[in-house]
Design a protein around this ligand. Structure first.
Ligand code: FE2
Length: 293
């Protein structure tokens, strides 16, 4: 099974409504203009989308932060840019929000996030339906929303108690314990950084330490996340691994995972957006129950 993973696109933060000047957006937009604008190159998105569609993925995952300050125009920009991935029926496409997508308590921003979530996820779910899952053969993708508006200068998220109970229950199923079903977590925040350390208090996801235990025990096979702009892969001693895709628009790279679910073997690499000649092996599609794309 081939999983392609993008994250942290950060569309341009232009304040187009008066209310934006009276909440956290004005700080975020200032930060964008002073720094992020020089770091994120939106022109990398189109060639990435084009290249991803040629790589025969079974599923494409976007782990959030499409926007910078949740403005409706940012979501519009992102929806348009990712439309070809959302429309391509040869593979699944999943998007979950990051903290920059749920930036403020503002009805227009909130509505834009909900509409974008629905559209990019092919009208399968509304944001309120999360957590939810999709199965590809013997692999179950656990899709969790950790993002909610928070206070100024905070980039925190939270796993709700309801989501925790749901995740624990998924991990305790006999098929998972006996290795007949593999679990892949799709969320925005890394469970830990590249070296296994907790993220700083202002940047971490609250109530997610139990996920580390589930990853270290191998109940979760893979955790796919974003939030940190430099991508990494961290292997846990117990068998699980975490892959942070990094920022597509700042690194010009996306992550490709060829996952042999039977052997629980993860082959992961980053591809350059413009690396059209990058040699890529055929997918390790040894799970016969995974439909061919
Ligand atoms: Fe983030």
């Amino acid at each position: 099974m081939r999983i392609i993973h993008i994250s942290d696109l950060h569309a341009g933060a232009w304040l187009k409504s008066a209310s934006a000047y009276f909440d956290k957006r004005v700080v975020g937009a200032t930060h964008f203009c002073m720094r992020r604008r020089n770091v994120h190159d939106w022109s990398l998105v189109a060639p990435a989308v084009q290249q991803i569609r040629t790589l025969a993925p079974d599923i494409v995952v976007c782990t959030g932060d499409l926007a910078s300050v949740s403005q409706p125009c940012e979501f519009e920009q992102a929806r348009e840019a990712l439309a070809a991935l959302a429309a391509d029926q040869r593979f699944e496409f999943v998007y979950i929000p990051g903290n920059h997508d749920a930036y403020v308590h503002n009805s227009a921003c909130n509505r834009a996030l909900h509409e974008t979530f629905r559209a990019l996820n092919r009208n399968r779910w509304s944001l309120d339906d999360l957590p939810t899952s999709i199965d590809l053969g013997t692999v179950r993708f656990l899709i969790v929303n950790e993002a909610c508006p928070t206070f100024l200068l905070s980039a925190r998220g939270r796993v709700t108690t309801a989501a925790e109970a749901w995740l624990r229950n998924e991990c305790e199923q006999p098929d998972v314990i006996e290795g007949r079903r593999r679990l892949v977590l799709v969320s925005h925040w890394p469970i830990a950084d590249q070296h296994g350390r907790e993220l700083t208090w202002l940047r971490r996801c609250g109530n997610n330490l139990f996920l580390r235990e589930l990853l270290m025990s191998g109940r979760l096979s893979i955790s796919l996340c974003g939030h940190i702009h430099t991508g990494f892969r961290r292997d846990e001693a117990g068998g699980g691994c975490e892959v942070c895709a990094g920022s597509l628009t700042s690194t010009g790279k996306f992550s490709v995972i060829d996952y042999n679910a039977i052997e629980n073997k993860v082959s992961q690499r980053w591809l350059d957006v413009y690396g059209e000649s990058t040699p890529l092996d055929p997918p390790l599609d040894v799970d016969g129950r995974v439909p061919a794309s």
